[in-house]
Ligand binder design. Structure first.
Ligand code: GLC
Length: 444
């Protein structure tokens, strides 16, 4: 029965509560000086200590690398008219994602140059904020060393290096533009900044996209690794890198055969295990593996696999499309997708089986992320908390947000008020806001 096959994906409420407690322990390990070196959830201080106050001004360039698309942006911040943005998407071919660091940064410098020439802004020496959505150990707002690649990138000679130096070196090699990167930030931080600009209760930034991660505002006396001055504001945004939760085996009790298979075949084996159960880069593939198991046991598609046998061919956007059929009383999207997957003959019960698999995988992802968010909310423990959220999964999945709201409300101990706020282009706006602060500090 299909029920038996999807059962390991359906977890009890208590299990999610337990996962939340485990994350709390892992976060404590990451924050403590003695346990940080071996901790998997790294809890990285970002050097962002103040949230925007709406008075930021100026023109900035921004780069956004590490999500669905690579983009270059031109952003103007003004007190009167708020934020104006123009951006261009540049594809990053897989060959570059897995090539050398030099090729990657030369490509990025080429894109910046193309953008600057297209917008005719060669003469302006614009400060640049770099949203680089990978785990970085920051040494200041403008120095970030890549700890390890995630999400399908594996360029050589970048891990351990200051990414901003690599970018500047590539810009210098071209010698046709004048740009200075004044800030490097994680996408979670950009997401938080862009919402905090509008809502002063925003204290948590969450990405549910190609990868998953969160940041939050922490008190400096809790951050043992903080060796800088402790002047006001006595707080700093921590990039949790919660995607690596479970990398020490503490989540193995919930991982299914499908999760083990996903990890086995990934570029970063044994790493980002929490992320691999949740994010857009993996969700479609989990569904595909469950379908393969159902077909193999002749529970679906009369034993015919079609394109379901091809790795990574069932995209996470198909999961969203299938779930859109929920409540419509028809399998319109589901049928179209099954046909696209090369299955010619199928029944309504095949459609409903595919729907149930998508639902089980998505609900698990939404509840896992909710449990993790509740852990952060309990830590902050304020009467009103706004959680800034961004990412393709959260944006385009029809029921992710609904399941999250319900789960968080059920799990949140203190019963305080919370709000999930969709961040509007946090990676761009946030980069400009952090660059504005960095630029101000530099010129003070
Ligand atoms: C991965 C990266 C992390 C990023 C997240 C969302 O988990 O390691 O830095 O924030 O993806 O893009």
């Amino acid at each position: 029965m299909i029920d038996n096959i999807i059962k390991p994906l359906l977890l009890e409420d208590e299990t999610y509560t337990k996962i939340g407690r485990l994350l709390e322990q892992e976060m404590a390990k990451g924050l403590s000086k003695t346990t940080n070196p071996s901790a998997k959830v790294k809890m990285l201080p970002t050097y962002v200590r103040a949230l925007p106050n709406g008075l930021e001004e100026g023109n900035f360039l921004a780069l956004d690398l590490g999500g669905t698309n690579f983009r270059v942006l031109l952003i103007s911040l003004s007190k009167e008219s708020g934020v104006r943005m123009e951006n261009k998407i540049y594809p990053v071919p897989e060959k570059i994602m897995t090539g050398t660091g030099k090729e990657l940064f030369d490509h990025i410098a080429y894109c910046i140059s193309d953008f600057i020439h297209e917008h005719n802004i060669q003469g302006q020496h614009l400060p640049l904020g770099f949203t680089f959505s990978f785990p970085c150990k920051q040494e200041s707002l403008s120095v970030g060393r890549l700890i390890s690649w995630t999400k399908g990138f594996s360029c050589s000679d970048v891990e351990g290096e200051n990414v901003v130096d690599l970018l500047h070196a590539a810009i210098k090699r071209r010698n046709d533009i004048s740009v200075e990167c004044v800030a490097i930030l994680n996408d979670t931080v950009g997401c938080l900044m862009s919402c905090a600009y509008l809502d002063h209760d925003a204290e948590i930034g969450v990405i549910l996209g190609t990868g998953t991660n969160a940041c939050y505002m922490e008190k400096l006396d809790k951050v043992e690794l903080w060796d800088q001055d402790k002047a006001e504001p006595s707080q700093v945004v921590i990039n949790t890198e919660w995607g690596a939760f479970g990398d020490d085996g503490c989540l193995d009790f919930i991982r299914t055969d499908y999760d083990f298979q996903i990890d086995e075949r990934s570029l970063n084996r044994g790493r980002q295990l929490f992320e691999k159960m949740i994010s857009g880069m993996y969700m479609g593939e989990i569904v595909r593996l469950v379908v393969v198991e159902c077909v193999r046991t002749s529970l679906m598609f009369s034993g015919v696999l079609g394109r379901f046998k091809e790795r990574d061919c069932f995209k996470t956007k198909y999961v969203s499309a299938v779930e859109k059929d929920h409540g419509r009383g028809s399998f319109e999207n589901t049928k179209r997708i099954i046909e696209q997957m090369g299955i010619k003959e199928f029944t309504d019960s095949d459609c409903s089986a595919l729907f149930r698999i998508c639902q089980a995988v998505s609900i698990r992802a939404a509840k896992l992320s909710s449990a993790a968010i509740v852990t952060l909310m309990n830590r902050i423990n304020r009467p009103n908390i706004t959680v800034a959220v961004d990412g393709s999964l959260f944006r385009f999945h029809p029921r992710f947000e609904g399941v999250m709201k319900e789960t968080i409300a059920e799990m949140y101990n203190f019963g305080h008020q919370f709000k999930l706020m969709l961040s509007e282009d946090g990676s761009g706006k946030g980069a400009a806001l952090v660059a504005a602060v960095a630029h101000r500090l530099k010129n003070n």
